[in-house]
Design a protein around this ligand. Structure first.
Ligand code: URA
Length: 239
C-alpha cells in the first residue's frame, strides 16, 4: 500500500504537491469514492484511481539512460517533426526526459515514466551534480575560471559555485576544453555561464549525472538503469 498522492505523481500526470492539492479540492476518486484525506493509502495494482475524471494508468515504473546525440529535442514530441529523445527508446510506456539538454548539446539524459521520481531529482534542493565537457572559444585565465568557481551573476540570479577544470588549451585553434560540474539545472546554464566570462561554448556534452556516466554507450544508444542505480539515485534526492 502506498500514499495516494505518491501513486498519482508516479503516474506522471502531475507532481506530488499538485496531487495533494487536487485531493483537497475533491477531484480524486478511489473506487468511486471521493478521497480528500492526504494520508490515504491505496493499492496501485487493485484500486481504481480517477483524477479530474480520468482514470490514471498503473504503469510499471521504468528508468532509462540515453546518450543523446546533438540535433535532437529533449521532449516527447515536436510540432515541427524534428527528432525527439523518446524516438531512441522503443517502449510502450509513457516516458519523458528528466530535465533537458539543448538541441545542440549531447550527452547523458535520464528518461522515466515515474513523475514523482523525476520531480524529486529535478528539485533544486536535491543538488545532484552534473559534469559537462565544454569546448569554448579562447583560453580563459585562471582568475576568469575562478569567477565560475565562486558563482557568477546571470540575468536570473547568481549561480551556485561550480567545480571547474581546464583539461586542454589549444593556442593554435584558440579554444579550450573545460570540465565543469554544477548541481543547478537552469535553462542553457553552462552556455550562459561561459558567455558571461567572454568564452562562448562551441560544443557541449553532458558526461555525468550524479554517479552515472556514459561508459559503453555511443551517441543514440541507451540502457535501462539497474535497480541498484535507481536506489542510489533515490538516496541522492531530498524528500
Ligand atoms: N547547460 C547548457 O547550457 N545546455 C545544456 O544542454 C545543459 C546545460
Amino acid at each position: 500500500m502506498e500514499r495516494l498522492q505518491k501513486v498519482i505523481a508516479q503516474s506522471g500526470i502531475t507532481s506530488r504537491r499538485k496531487a495533494e492539492q487536487l485531493m483537497e479540492e475533491g477531484k480524486v476518486f478511489v473506487n468511486g469514492k471521493k478521497v480528500t484525506e492526504l494520508g490515504t493509502k491505496v493499492d496501485s495494482n487493485k484500486d481504481e484511481i480517477v483524477v479530474n475524471g480520468i482514470p490514471i494508468d498503473k504503469e510499471e515504473p521504468v528508468y532509462f539512460l540515453l546518450y543523446k546525440p546533438t540535433g535532437v529535442i529533449s521532449s516527447v514530441n515536436d510540432d515541427r517533426g524534428r527528432k525527439v529523445v523518446t524516438d531512441f527508446i522503443p517502449t510502450d510506456k509513457r516516458i519523458f526526459p528528466i530535465g533537458r539538454l539543448d538541441y545542440d548539446t549531447s550527452g547523458l539524459l535520464l528518461l522515466t515514466n515515474d513523475g514523482d521520481f523525476a520531480n524529486k531529482l529535478m528539485h533544486p534542493k536535491s543538488k545532484v551534480y552534473k559534469t559537462y565537457i565544454a569546448k569554448v572559444e579562447g583560453m580563459p585565465l585562471r582568475e576568469t575560471i575562478k569567477k565560475l568557481e565562486k558563482g557568477i551573476q546571470l540575468e536570473d540570479g547568481k549561480t551556485a559555485p561550480a567545480k571547474v577544470k581546464v583539461s586542454r588549451s589549444d593556442k593554435s585553434k584558440n579554444s579550450s576544453i573545460i570540465e565543469i560540474s554544477i548541481h543547478e539545472g537552469r535553462n542553457r546554464q553552462v552556455r550562459r555561464m561561459f558567455d558571461a566570462i567572454g568564452h562562448p561554448v562551441i560544443k557541449l556534452k553532458r558526461e555525468t549525472y550524479g554517479f552515472l556516466g556514459l561508459k559503453g554507450l555511443n551517441a543514440g544508444e541507451f540502457r535501462e538503469l539497474k535497480p541498484h542505480e535507481v536506489k542510489q539515485l533515490r538516496e541522492l534526492v531530498v524528500t
